[in-house]
Ligand binder design. Structure first.
Ligand code: UD1
Length: 433
């Protein structure tokens, strides 16, 4: 088990390269098994969640070849097993994409019920409703979601709630259904569009991804493709906030600035400088920022996956800010840890945080409660006076590749060391002074 040891107070300065989008990759890697031909996928982030998924895909018989750290070649023609279950896959949320992929191609799938970050109840009723509307029988037994169909038939589906996962999953299965499917009230996130583009590059016929209504004409077969995944909006957003919080100057490269607009607008509103380039964004700040109100919403609204990071920044800003979480029920678990560093945050009704900005944080021994909150606590520690340790970093490693290396290259004092290794802590302290 490892932890981060961090000394705060150094502004982050320099350039950082953003990797491929984790949440797009998880769907695209799953969808890659929907053809019997070979698919090459580039810009795959080398993070725990994608590796767990690739192992699961391999376990059911697909050939997975890693050409380099970020390029994967997959051939799904050898799949003979439709049961996806192991102790690791049960921990990731996106295992559910294998239901849509296998159901679409083989008309059957048995996949361990998804886990993922504990940020509130995370039902999959909308996914199941969509599969049933396409003609599948779906149940949950022995911890598995089981879906079977004689054939899938195109249909008209209205999603009661905007769901990224359900939109993508239904889109995948419907790609290989007979006839036409319409998904209304679809999610519009950049990764929904990326998955649709990927499926279309394999011969699917999907129109309207990125709008509320997605139209899919089912095809019998999908074919080989080579595809590069879009940059990760949330990794980029995290570095944007880290630059602003540490009063630094960071050029964040390999991004699509349009995908970051909700974050850029809020950073500018509270006084940071944000400059957009074709495929980069620069965030600078040299003073204490101001307060604002933020409500998380489906894209193009402010992303829930950036809520802990921006709340951390607002906890250091001047005045009272209000952050409302409207997507998940239990996404303020990091507030207790942040309070131990000196933040003043009151959570009301479980989903509204009232933040009284403080002048600074002080270092503490803290624990990452989930992926994005873990990243937010690292940002807090990079600002805090003195030393912090952050444990349970396996959560952070689910979605951030070489997080500590990228932060250290920007001048952050951060190192990954074994948990309970007091000598390593002392060595770090001697090194950074
Ligand atoms: C995905 C992302 C996650 C992000 C979230 C919202 C992945 C692997 N994860 O999660 O990082 O925070 O989108 O942008 O891509 N809901 C239902 N029934 C369902 C499905 C969802 O009620 O069948 C609810 C959820 O509880 C939540 C809301 O709909 O309140 C949105 O969830 P959804 O967009 O589906 O999130 P995920 O796909 O789980």
């Amino acid at each position: 088990m490892e932890q981060y040891v961090i000394k705060g107070g150094n502004p982050l300065v320099g350039e950082v390269e953003i990797g491929g989008a984790k949440n797009a990759a998880l769907a695209i890697l799953s969808a890659a098994v929907m053809t019997d031909e070979t698919v090459t996928i580039e810009n795959v982030p080398n993070v725990r969640d994608t590796n767990v998924l690739l192992n699961a895909i391999e376990e059911i018989g697909a050939r997975v070849e890693r050409l380099d750290a970020h390029t994967v070649r997959i051939n799904g023609s050898f799949i003979r097993d439709f049961n996806v279950d192991n102790e690791f896959i049960r921990k990731i949320r996106a295992s559910y994409y294998l239901i849509g992929a296998l159901l679409g191609k083989y008309k059957r799938a048995e996949v361990a019920l998804p886990g993922g970050c504990n940020i509130g109840g995370r039902p999959i009723d909308l996914h199941m409703k969509g599969f049933r509307a396409l003609g599948a029988e779906v149940d949950i037994k022995y911890g598995l979601v089981r879906a079977y169909a004689e054939k899938l038939t195109g249909t008209h589906i209205y999603l009661d709630k905007v769901s990224v996962g359900a939109t993508i999953n239904i889109m995948m299965a419907a790609s290989m259904a007979e006839g036409k499917t319409i998904i209304e009230n679809a999610a519009k996130e950049p990764h929904v569009v990326d998955v649709a583009n990927f499926l279309n590059s394999m011969g699917a016929n999907i129109k309207g991804a990125g709008t509320d209504v997605i139209r899919i004409k089912g095809v019998e077969k999908l074919h080989r493709t080579e595809y590069s995944i879009i940059p990760d909006q949330i990794e980029a957003g995290t570095f944007m906030v880290a630059a602003a919080a540490t009063r630094g100057d960071v050029l964040i490269k390999n991004v699509i600035p349009k995908h970051l607009e909700a974050i850029s607008v809020k950073l500018m509103e509270i006084g940071a400088t944000v400059e957009e380039f074709d495929d980069a964004i620069r965030v600078t700040s040299d003073h204490r920022l101001g307060h604002t109100q933020i409500k998380t919403l489906p894209y193009p609204g402010f992303p829930t996956d950036m809520q802990p990071q921006i709340a951390t920044l607002l906890a250091l800003s001047d005045g009272t800010s209000i952050v409302t979480e409207s997507i998940f029920e239990n996404r303020f678990k990091y507030v207790d840890e942040l309070s131990r560093m000196g933040a003043s945050i009151k959570v009301e009704g479980g989903n509204v945080a009232i933040i009284e900005g403080v002048e600074g944080f002080t270092g503490a021994a803290i624990s990452a409660p989930d992926l994005r909150a873990g990243a937010a606590l690292v940002v807090a520690a990079l600002v805090a006076e003195g030393y912090s340790t952050v444990d349970c970093i396996h959560y952070i490693e689910r979605g951030y590749e070489c997080f500590e290396d990228k932060l250290a290259a920007l001048g952050g004092y951060i190192e990954k060391i074994p948990v309970d290794d007091e000598r390593a802590v002392q060595k770090f302290k001697l090194k950074v002074g």
